[in-house]
Design a binder for this molecule. Structure first.
Ligand code: ADP
Length: 540
């Protein structure tokens, strides 16, 4: 049996899933002949001039792969392959020539490339929105970026800004791929949409629905919008944050019969969701800034008020201090005369009543003078006018001098003052007169308020600090009262039996502070009190 190699070859080619043929090419004349081809090849070669395509390729010895775009939209991929023909003539070359229909593959690749581009556009426009501080600045750029990568020709953003009675929009952005496309009608911003025939749209949008409309499907009253924009397709997507309607993102497309694909619609809706987030963020920030500046001006106002009040108070206080100082001074002169002259008046021994009255005048005058002196003292301390006279001396000497002054008072009450000088004597540089004033006050208080056979009066050095304490075993002072005892005019349990003004301790504390020290109290009700004066070795 004799095999026909051609029919065998032909049979083997039929198994291929692409169009396959074998060509014989004359080496010298470059003439070619299709020796064999399969069925697929035959169907694919229809509709284009294969002969002239091949003779051009063979003439130029160009055996590279090439794409052929047929007029019916089919895309063919042509390729050559080496082939050894067993029975071939010597002066001929044999080659495999294949045609493949790659229309679907090509479309898919284009689709993928387009989608990648689209998604890139979406990502980069969102990135712009993230980076910009204010959406008003970032939005036009972001939307233009998005438009550039999409199938759409025009993009716009309408910010929902209703007034008290009507729905209203502001055109924030309107970008187009080329200026030959008109801008969207001004009426979208200046008019109520119900009045211009677009009531159906706003109703749907406010309910979260997307509007995808071609001009042929538009209602008669909506047609004017398409006439003015000259667009073929309109896409309106509500921009919302949570349930709040913030505006409308819109697209226009001018190409005929080119509806928006469902997957793309989903992407546009995703972008609009992002937009909602940014628009809301922007208005939150704006509101926050409004609050911030309102708060700032309020604080500024309050600060000014407070400064004014403080200045007024300070002025008033100064005036009061000056007045009291002046008045106390003026009062002292006539008082001194009253006291002095009441002392000089000599009445006959029989005039008991006269003597009694005179004594009232005298003691009353003394009391008044004491009080005025104390007020004067306090005013001087408070207004910082107190003068300090610094010398260096032994503190125990001052203690002893003070002791001598209060001794008669103590004796009169049958009390003993037990003085303990410092173990190691040391000098202090301070104001001895002021120290004596403080000690006189605390010692006479101890005598006045305690009913115990003795008072302890200790003077000692604790490091660089002098501590002089006056400890009595009198009624003591409750914790509550300790808090206010150094305030002016504080008198505890004032039954009128013990003389005093309630100023001594506040003066003493003021003086102690002025000397760089402190007057401290520790006491327990029923256990007595300990007033401790702490002073630095050298006043600063
Ligand atoms: P004055 O003695 O003139 O009333 P002070 O300012 O010296 O004013 O004292 C204020 C008040 O503190 C006194 O009225 C008295 O009630 C209370 N006080 C002061 N020292 C003692 C003390 N050693 N024991 C108990 N109470 C005291």
């Amino acid at each position: 049996m004799v095999f026909d190699p051609c029919s065998l070859l032909k049979a083997s080619l039929e198994g291929d899933d692409s169009g396959t043929s074998i060509l014989s090419i004359d080496k010298s004349s470059k003439k070619f002949e299709v020796i064999v081809k399969n069925q697929i090849f035959k169907s694919l070669e229809v509709g284009f001039d294969l002969d002239s395509f091949l003779s051009q390729k063979i003439d130029s010895s160009d055996f590279s792969t090439e794409l052929i775009y047929k007029t019916n939209g089919t895309i063919l991929e042509t390729s050559f392959g080496k082939f050894q023909f067993p029975e071939g003539e010597k002066n001929k070359d044999y080659t495999k020539f294949c045609i493949k229909d790659i229309t679907t593959r090509q479309r898919q690749e284009e689709e993928i490339a387009w989608r990648l581009r689209f998604e890139l556009g979406v990502a980069s426009s969102i990135q712009i929105l993230i980076q910009q501080h204010s959406i008003r600045e970032g939005l036009p750029q972001a939307l233009y970026q998005l438009l550039y990568f999409t199938e759409m020709d025009s993009i716009f953003f309408l910010k929902y800004e209703p007034n008290e009675v009507e729905d209203r929009f502001k055109i924030w952005v309107n970008e187009r791929k080329t200026t030959k496309y008109p801008l969207i009608p001004k009426e979208c911003q200046s008019e109520n949409w119900y009045d211009i025939g677009l009531g159906r749209w706003i109703h749907r949008l406010k309910n979260g629905k997307t509007i995808h409309l071609t001009q042929s499907k538009a209602m008669p009253r909506e047609k004017w919008f398409f006439d003015q924009t000259k667009a073929e397709t309109l896409l309106l997507i509500p921009v919302r944050f949570e349930e709040k309607f913030l505006g409308v993102m819109g697209f226009l497309k001018y190409k005929l019969n080119s509806p928006i694909q469902h997957e793309n619609l989903l992407i546009y809706q995703t972008v609009s969701r992002w937009m909602g987030l940014f628009v809301q963020r922007d208005s939150d920030l704006a509101e926050l800034n409004r609050y911030k500046s309102a708060l700032e001006s309020l604080i500024l106002e309050r600060t000014l008020d407070l400064t004014k009040t403080k200045e007024e108070l300070e002025r008033a206080y100064q005036v009061k201090t000056e007045f009291l100082t002046h008045m106390s001074h003026e009062l002292r002169t006539p008082l001194n005369s009253i006291i002095g002259f009441s002392k000089l008046i000599k009445l006959s021994d029989s005039d008991e009543t006269g003597k009694e009255y005179l004594n009232y005048i005298y003691t009353g005058g003394i009391r008044l003078l004491n009080m005025i002196n104390e007020i004067l003292n306090l005013m001087k301390i408070e207004s910082g006018q107190i003068k300090i006279q610094i010398t260096t001396f032994k503190p125990e000497d001052i203690c002893r001098q003070t002791l001598d002054l209060v001794q008669p008072q103590a004796k009169a009450k049958g009390m003993d003052i037990r003085f303990r000088p410092p173990v190691h004597s040391k000098s202090i540089t301070s104001d001895s007169g002021k120290i004596q004033q403080i000690l006189l006050n605390t010692l006479s208080n101890a005598i006045k308020y305690a009913n115990h056979p003795y008072i302890e009066f200790d003077c000692e050095w604790v490091g660089d600090f002098l501590e002089i304490s006056v400890r009595d075993y009198g009624p003591g002072i409750s914790e509550e009262d300790q808090k206010r005892i150094f305030h002016t005019f504080t008198r505890l349990n004032d039954d009128g039996n013990v003389e005093g003004t309630g100023l001594g301790l506040s003066i003493s504390q003021g003086l102690a502070i002025r000397l760089g020290g402190m007057l401290e109290l520790s006491s327990q009700l029923g256990q007595g009190s300990n007033f401790k004066l702490k002073l630095p070795e050298i006043i600063k």
